[in-house]
Design a protein around this ligand. Sequence first.
Ligand SMILES: [Zn+2]
Length: 195
Amino acid sequence: MPDAPNFQIEAGEVIGATTYHSPNFNARPTDTEIQLIVIHNISLPPAQFGGGYIQQFFQNQLDWSLHPYFKSIEGMKVSAHLLILRSGEVLQFVNLNDRAWHAGRSQYLGKEECNDYSIGIELEGSDDCDFSEAQYQSLSAVVAVIQQAYPKIKSHIAGHSDIAPVRKTDPGPHFDWLYFRSLLHARNNHVQKIG
Ligand SMILES: [Zn+2]
């Protein structure tokens, strides 16, 4: 694995990620264990990458007048815990131990309100194009350490479209679950051997 990124988790902070602060979170309900990872995609404006608009959006600092599409999301207060840019850089907006507002109305294996017990990871991307190799590498690396830090997750990793199928389509048909799972599997084997 050339240039495979490495991360660590300390008190809900991802060491190796760039820290941002979103106000769009609250405390998880008492005695709620983290037991799910939700994968999303986002781009602002849709299918355009770079520009820093997602970061501004998650921090409630986006200027809605800059693009016609922004009008359609004006006033929305959302954030994932993590955002992985096309370069593979990982940005953290919300402490993993807090409840980020990423999933909306949702259900996983019959359990509602996925925000209560999940960690949300956004990939900068769209339903219409492939994700970058750097994103797969960073995603598998960060998910592997999250699974270690929160063992209840086990292999519970879902797409937003899996937990909100009528409303949501992301991460979309271009997200290669098999490839991601194979990278993750390799990571976990490695972690077990050295751990
Ligand atoms: Zn989503």
